[in-house]
Design a protein around this ligand. Structure first.
Ligand SMILES: *Cc1c(COP(=O)(O)O)cnc(C)c1O
Length: 365
């Protein structure tokens, strides 16, 4: 028997899960075609639409983590040979380019340095020059702590007849995500970041325009498991068996979404902003600043520069062993140079900011 400790999860995800969600996971398992369960699925769709700010009927939770959502978009919307433009300024943009290529896309990228966001005009210029069928952007780049402005992209992408794909894994539930207002055609998220649910499901949403692209495919979707032309029959009227839904995980997601909507989206965004500002001001007193571009800091993922002379691994290990606090290390170009401090969903609290800063103050001396 391995004793699982109680941690405070202030890394890039998973984030702390509130007791209500953990309790929901323990409810009795029932059949995935049980009428009560189907009612729960409908409720999840309604709540996901609210959180995504969309009217899209094709809004559902895919089985698998955020990366399964990423694959769902490319598997269903790429046909071999399609030109796909991906904006890459960190790990997750790079992953999208990789995944799109595996589904046969002819991938083109535009790049920005780590820690920088793209000017929307630069993405639009690339769309007009390259004329892709799909354009994929990361809203909240968890590897660099950068928030990408996307409100002007939809119209420009549609003008070229392309679809707009957005990674909302870290942003959903923490900063405004306006799928319809921004003209996003397909988006995916994950449960273990600002929704404060354990990992295991990936909410996705497809606009009518994306559904039309899906319906007009010449070839079958390459992935059987992620094929929305079949899965929509389970989430839709027919309720046809495709694969067994992860019943208890969906109880957890339903509870987590209820908590998000009870708090209210605006209040939740405001809380994330306020706790980010509190952390930023407190870290400043320790001489710790940000590695991401000023004005584009993610409130739920603070990418901060490790002070000169401080050992990355030792410090993080002491935070974990002595204080039970997990923060994230840097990835790629930021490895050993940056800490990633998550204040996601339930974990974005004054108590956690105060605890972390006090612990860092003791360790750093
Ligand atoms: C975490 C994350 C993913 C991948 O999600 P997994 O749940 O780890 O599969 C994708 N994109 C972004 C921006 C993320 O933060």
């Amino acid at each position: 028997m391995i004793n699982i400790p109680q941690r405070i999860l202030l890394g890039p995800g998973p984030s702390d899960v509130p007791p209500r969600v953990l309790e929901a996971l323990g409810r009795p398992t029932i059949g995935h075609l049980d009428p009560v369960f189907l009612q729960l699925m409908d409720d999840i769709r309604t709540k996901l639409k609210a959180v995504f700010s969309t009217q899209n009927e094709m809004t559902l939770a895919m089985s698998g983590t955020g990366s399964a959502g990423m694959e769902t978009l490319f598997a269903n919307l790429v046909e071999p040979g399609d030109k796909v433009l991906v904006a890459v300024n960190g790990v997750f943009g790079g992953r999208m380019a990789d995944v799109a290529g595996r589904y046969g896309a002819q991938v083109e990228t535009i790049e920005a340095p780590w820690g920088q966001s793209f000017k929307q005009a630069d993405i639009i210029e690339a769309v007009e020059r390259i004329k892709p069928r799909l354009v994929a952007v990361v809203h909240a780049e968890t590897s660099t702590g950068v928030l990408q402005d996307v409100d002007r992209l939809g119209a420009a992408i549609h003008e070229q007849g392309a679809l707009f794909l957005l990674d909302c894994v870290t942003s959903l539930g923490g900063v405004p995500v306006e799928i319809d207002a921004w003209g996003v055609d397909a988006a995916y998220s994950g449960t273990q970041k600002c929704l404060s649910c354990p990992p295991g499901l990936s909410p996705v949403t497809f606009s009518p325009r994306a559904v039309e692209r899906l319906t007009q495919r010449q070839q079958k979707v390459q992935s059987w498991y992620l094929d929305l032309t079949m899965l929509r029959q389970y989430w839709g009227e027919e309720r046809a068996y495709h694969h067994t839904a992860p019943i208890n995980m969906l109880y957890g997601l339903q509870e987590a979404l209820s908590i998000v909507l009870e708090e209210g989206l605006e209040a939740r965004y405001q809380r994330h902003r306020a706790m980010h500002e509190l952390l930023r001001d407190e870290l400043k007193t320790l001489g710790i600043g940000y590695a991401s571009q000023e004005g584009h800091h993610l409130p739920m993922l603070n990418a901060v520069t490790i002070p000169e002379g401080v050992d990355d691994l030792t410090t993080r290990r002491r935070l974990l062993d002595e204080y039970g606090i997990e923060i994230g290390g840097g990835l790629g170009a930021f490895k050993g140079k940056v800490w990633r401090i998550g204040l996601m969903g339930h974990a974005s609290s004054r108590r956690n900011v105060t605890l972390l800063v006090a612990a860092l103050r003791e360790i750093l001396g």
